[in-house]
Design a protein around this ligand. Structure first.
Ligand code: F6R
Length: 263
């Protein structure tokens, strides 16, 4: 089954809650699930909901394996702007994921290509990622697969665009301090996740979201490869959905979802 499901919610709170419910269902059904995480502003509310569910004892993450999309090269994991720090602070710490089950690309590895290969092997040996959470860049990137990335790429080194470096300047206390290079899962890697959960909120995401869902599949909009995914769920607020031409149809489909398919 190939399917992209577009779900538009009134605001990012509702969309994030639905996203958290989809993750929760997966972990309840398969306590040793492998989950793929993203960093950035977009998934923060979803992570807060997962933390709340864990605190209320609805969810146990002790057997979950975690993978992350990306990490800066040459940045110590203890640096406050590293994705290691972000994940431990916003999610892994509060939900008590086991440290030995956390896999974030190692940007400090002496041999980066070997570290990338090992990362891919770890995904395979865990049985594959059940749900991969994704955000989208203003240029249509997912992970750090910037425009022109190969649509079949694997985990590898990438050079950030000037725009993406500027987007992250604040976390580093200045644009010039943002690393130039990252390790990112490839588009081919992301496509192998059994479910992809793409979240996008706010008007600056309206254009890349319209291109991703309704535009041609092209390396110039890396997220557009998700049109070929076996199960991609796109969770949007009204602002991010604003440029979709088939918006009424997506609402109609979601409004008439058969009960047995509901989240
Ligand atoms: C983060 C990542 C990126 C972000 C994207 C959106 O791990 O891989 O693709 O998801 O840059 O970032 P925000 O959510 O900050 O707008």
């Amino acid at each position: 089954m190939g399917a992209m499901e577009v779900i538009i919610q009134s605001d990012k709170r509702q969309a994030s809650l639905l996203g958290a419910r989809i993750i929760a269902r997966q972990v309840q059904k398969k306590p040793n699930a492998a989950l793929g995480f993203a960093t950035g502003k977009t998934p923060l509310l979803l992570y807060q909901f997962l933390v709340q569910m864990h605190r209320e004892k609805e969810l146990d993450f002790s057997r979950v394996t975690a993978f992350n999309l990306d990490e800066y090269i040459g940045l110590d994991p203890s640096h406050p702007a590293s994705f290691h720090s972000y994940m431990w602070q916003n999610l892994f710490g509060p939900i008590a994921i086991r440290e030995d089950k956390v896999n974030i690309p190692n940007g400090m590895a002496a041999d980066i290509p070997a570290a990338c290969r090992k990362f891919e092997e770890t995904i395979k040996s865990s049985g594959g990622i059940d749900i991969q959470i994704l955000g989208i860049g203003r240029d249509g990137h997912i992970g750090f697969n910037e425009p022109s990335s190969s649509l079949t790429s694997r985990t590898r080194i990438k050079t950030l665009t000037a725009e993406t470096r500027r987007d992250h300047g604040q976390e580093f206390g200045g644009d010039e301090k943002v690393p130039f290079h990252v390790i990112t899962m490839g588009l081919g890697t992301i496509m192998e996740a059994r479910t992809c959960l793409l979240l996008a909120f706010g008007k600056e995401k309206a254009r890349p979201i319209a291109q991703t869902i309704e535009g041609p599949i092209t390396a110039m909009v890396p997220a557009s490869i998700l049109q070929l995914h076996q199960r991609a769920i796109v969770l949007l607020d009204e602002e991010a959905a604003a440029e979709l031409t088939k918006i009424d149809y997506y609402r109609w489909v979601y409004g008439h979802k058969p009960d047995w398919q509901k989240y």
